[in-house]
Design a protein around this ligand. Structure first.
Ligand code: ADP
Ligand code: MG
Length: 552
């Protein structure tokens, strides 16, 4: 028999059961990394790279991103964490843990020779049932008054924040986040909520500006003579340079008579004075520009009691425009009143070591800015990430307006439901659905482990409560304060239902995807540049599938 050569020399393939088991092991290892960060008593990870950047984080997505995983199958877990982060913003550790646990539960079956497709089919069914159950258990917050809604949303935000570094001040930050989200209303642009970080001071010195705040920009002489506070000023937003330009670099001018030179200099001065004059005539008291405002202009405005700031960051300028109702102008000709913005109070204020320009009481009120204070840089960075999670959660809860009980309560309830359902199934599928149900218990178990409680004990109590035929125990979860169990619903440990349904969906998809791979081929070139492409193609595949299945 002649040997058939199919693949290039040096190609490495591994296939079959061994390959599948090794992929599962890789994913379990990844899940083990983030395992300890789950929940209010979870630990943080310190990650530093060769450039000396240090990040301390509790956020699953951030950790996964920084780990720089190279294993092609384990990369899928990084992708689901990322997509959970962008879809709902929270539950990133949960999604990785669940996927890892689903795979772990599948491993003995695979080793025993069960065909992966059987597992996949059962997992999909279980996922569908779980999501239906979440829909059934979700409690709507629709139709409540604004005050009631606010306090409900603050509870959701507090649950998210409780697992973070700033958890100690969760009530303070939760109400701040809710105010910020309600301020921007239906605006979909997340950057309408600005977060400014000012190192130093105490966490509690952080404050919310109902409008825009940004750090004082670079300024020239004369700036100190400008007034720093206005009530109801008109605000002019520009995208032009207000600087004396010497044109000699840009143009070639031929002069036949030295006296003509003066006229050119004069013309330049006239141009800039003309521009400045038009700004003043518009009636604006505050002039902001994305481009530079030079020393001449600064002095000119100072003499006329006008405040100016140049080189304002694009994002900040857009937010000022949205908040004050102004429009950014690219010319100073014909400035009509409609393009000028206004706000109740404009002032420049000292915050820690920095000076801030603050626009508050804005008429259209579509922006809000949180000024974060706190000790070390890493601390503020993590605080910002945590607030981002909370902001996303409040927005999600506001949009979908249904919540479920957290602290592992919903996971236990789905688990119970699936076990019960499994009993009605004849055949092997019963076992697989039971395993899926068991995997869901990882959330309460890990919450206990991370807090130092006896997980077996707590889980048994939870199972017993959830099994009550009256269904009154359905919202019992881990009580993080006493080490026992408590009704998460009445304790206000709430999560938007979309966090859970999205996490379960994405984790199941990832597990099924990994179970469906039975062969990895590595061609000899993949060591070099091609490796990157192949890896990203694989990652891309994972992402593509995940997105297709997810619902909003
Ligand atoms: P993730 O990145 O998945 O959001 P977290 O570290 O934020 O992970 O932990 C979230 C888990 O912690 C959720 O299951 C949530 O229900 C639980 N949790 C949050 N606050 C509490 C609390 N006060 N008591 C019990 N469980 C809580
Ligand atoms: Mg969280």
């Amino acid at each position: 028999q002649p040997q058939i050569i199919l693949l290039k020399e040096g190609t490495d393939t591994s296939q079959g059961k061994a390959q599948l088991v090794s992929n599962i092991n890789a994913c379990t290892a990844v899940a083990d990394v983030v395992r300890t960060t789950l929940g209010p008593r979870g630990m943080d990870k310190l990650i530093h790279d060769d450039k000396g950047n240090v990040t301390i984080s509790n956020d699953g997505a951030t950790i996964m991103k920084l780990l720089d995983i190279v294993h092609p199958a384990a990369k899928i877990l990084v992708d689901i964490a990322k997509s959970q982060d962008s879809e709902v913003g929270d539950g990133t550790t949960t999604v990785v843990l669940l996927a890892g646990e689903f795979l772990k539960e599948a491993k003995p079956f695979v080793e025993d020779g069960v065909h992966p497709q059987n597992l996949i089919r059962s997992y999909r069914t279980a996922c569908y049932l779980a999501i239906e159950k979440i829909k059934e258990l979700a409690v709507s917050i629709e139709g409540k008054s604004l005050e009631e809604k606010k306090s409900l949303l603050a509870k959701c935000a507090a649950t998210t924040l409780s697992s973070k570094l700033i958890g100690g001040e969760k009530v303070f930050f939760a109400s701040m986040v809710v105010d910020a989200v309600i301020a921007i209303g239906n605006d979909d642009r997340l950057n309408m909520i600005g977060i400014k970080k000012v190192p130093g001071g105490n966490m509690r010195d952080s404050f919310l500006v109902n409008g825009v705040a940004f750090k004082k920009t670079f300024s020239y002489a004369g700036f100190e003579q400008q007034p720093k506070k206005f009530l109801n000023p008109k605000i002019l937003l520009l995208n032009i340079e207000l600087e004396l330009k010497s044109e000699k670099e840009n143009a070639e001018i031929r002069l036949s008579d030295p006296s003509q030179y003066q006229s050119i200099v004069d013309a330049e001065w006239n141009i800039i004075y003309d521009k400045l004059d038009k700004c003043v005539k518009s009636g604006a008291k505050v002039v902001l520009s994305r481009l530079a405002i030079g020393d001449l202009a600064t002095q000119y405005f100072a003499d006329r009691d006008i405040f100016c700031a140049g080189r304002v960051a694009e994002e900040d300028l857009q937010r000022v425009a949205a908040a004050t109702g102004g429009t950014v102008q690219t010319s100073v000709n014909n400035i009509i009143d409609e393009v000028l913005g206004t706000c109740e109070v404009f002032e420049e204020k000292q915050v820690g070591n920095e000076r801030f320009n603050i626009f508050s009481g804005c008429p259209s009120g579509r922006t809000a800015t949180i000024v974060l204070r706190g000790g070390a840089d890493q601390f503020i960075e993590e605080a910002e990430r945590s607030l981002h999670d909370a902001i996303m959660i409040v927005r999600r809860a506001l949009k979908n307006s249904t919540v479920v009980a957290g602290g592992g309560a919903i996971d236990m309830e789905i688990s119970r439901y699936l076990r019960q359902h499994a009993r009605t199934i004849a055949g092997k599928s019963q076992l697989f659905i039971n395993s899926y149900a068991k995997a869901l218990e990882v959330i309460p178990r890990q919450l206990c482990d991370n807090a130092g409680f006896d997980a077996t004990d707590v889980l048994n109590k939870l199972r017993q409560k959830h099994a009550l035929p009256s269904g009154e125990g359905a919202s019992y979860g881990v009580d993080i304060n006493t080490g026992g169990i408590a009704d998460s619903f009445t304790n206000f440990v709430w999560e938007p239902s979309v966090v859970k349904s999205n996490a379960i969906n994405a984790a199941t998809e990832a597990a099924c995807l990994i179970l469906s791979v039975d062969e990895t081929v590595k061609n000899p070139k993949s060591e070099s540049a091609q490796g990157e492409a192949a890896a990203s193609a694989m990652a891309g595949k994972g992402r593509g599938r995940g997105r297709g299945m997810r619902r909003r």
